[in-house]
Design a protein around this ligand. Structure first.
Ligand SMILES: Cc1cc2nc3c(=O)[nH]c(=O)nc-3n(C[C@H](O)[C@H](O)[C@H](O)COP(=O)(O)OP(=O)(O)OC[C@H]3O[C@@H](n4cnc5c(N)ncnc54)[C@H](O)[C@@H]3O)c2cc1C
Length: 286
């Protein structure tokens, strides 16, 4: 199919994009990598009156270290994140997860701002935003404001943005941890995840001092498992820690069944992935 007709604007600055989107009076759509939007347009599942193309806005494409966090511009392509030495050294879980994002051609075009805004519950970047406790800088006609990732993802494919808002950049705090892992299961490598676990830990003399755990593919939004993090810190490290972790993670979720997998199967997968993640994280030298 072909999209319904629309007006097209290609602003060169973020301010001009905000203006163009506001002028569309709620009938505008932003175009980033187009990997999710173009199928929706072609199937006429969305019919914007105006398409505001962000691709000419150079200021939205960057990866920068700023003190204790890494800032990534909304138009930064998946492939640039995947191959960034800065991301590999300071956000290693993100670096490991990026090669699971779709296939090469999609990673060449897809952007972090588009992926977060699309809010697919089985997409890696929304999960990573929850995992790292990211902050999204959003620009609208009233200026710039910051939204925490935990408030951004409202439901499957639903975020908390107003129609005239643009995600400008995302800040990811750096975790000072010494063990981590990212584990995912999909029907074919590069497909959307059936289930996935991200884990990062810092060990001390008495066991795990700090932990970060997030999962995806098992709820309508990605989830950070704060209770499991707490239990990891309270529990010592012994020969059964990976099994205990797997049980805690699996019992924290109640996945729905769909055409890809039953809820029970996803839960079972998640337990296996969690066990593997903990084994990998603990095997890393502190
Ligand atoms: C076959 C296939 C397989 C895929 N598999 C995976 C996968 O395994 N994992 C995964 O994570 N993703 C997967 N994707 C999705 C891919 O990562 C997309 O790139 C991503 O979801 C959307 O990014 P985009 O830049 O292409 O956004 P677009 O398609 O251009 O836009 C998506 C939505 O976000 C809005 N938007 C875009 N930029 C902004 C912004 N800065 N501020 C506010 N709103 C904005 C748009 O208006 C639109 O509503 C897959 C896609 C395809 C086609």
């Amino acid at each position: 199919m072909k999209p319904a007709g629309f007006d097209y604007v290609a602003p060169a600055t973020l301010d001009a994009a905000v203006e163009a989107l506001a002028a569309a009076n709620g009938e505008g759509k932003l175009l980033a990598g187009g990997q999710s939007l173009l199928p929706l347009l072609n199937f006429r599942m969305t019919r914007p009156a105006v398409l505001v193309d962000l691709n000419g806005i150079k200021e939205l494409s960057f990866i920068e270290k700023r003190g204790d966090h890494v800032a990534i511009g909304a138009l930064t392509r998946h492939r640039d994140i995947e191959h960034s030495p800065l991301i590999a050294s300071d956000l290693p879980v993100m670096s490991a997860a990026m090669r699971h994002v779709a296939h090469l051609a999609i990673r060449n075009r897809g952007t972090i701002g588009g992926s977060l805004s699309h809010a697919d519950p089985a997409a890696e970047l929304p999960m990573l935003a929850m995992f790292y406790d990211a902050r999204l800088a959003v620009q609208g006609p009233g200026g710039r404001r910051t939204i925490a990732a935990k408030d951004f993802f409202v439901d499957a494919l639903t975020n908390c943005l107003e129609p005239e808002d643009i995600v400008a950049e995302i800040e990811f705090p750096i975790l000072r941890h010494d063990g981590w892992a990212f584990e995912e299961a999909a029907k074919r490598f590069g497909d959307f995840a059936l289930a996935s676990v991200a884990l990062s830990i810092r060990r001390g003399a008495s066991g795990i001092e700090d932990a970060r755990v997030a999962v995806m593919g098992v709820a309508d939004t990605p989830l950070r498992l704060g209770d499991v993090e707490k239990r990891l810190v309270e529990s010592g490290i012994d020969g059964r820690i990976s099994d205990r972790f797997a049980e805690w993670v699996a019992s924290s979720v109640t996945p729905n069944s769909d055409l890809h997998a039953s809820g029970e199967y996803r839960k079972h997968l998640l337990a296996g992935l969690a066990k593997r993640a903990m084994t990998t994280a603990l095997a890393m030298k502190g």
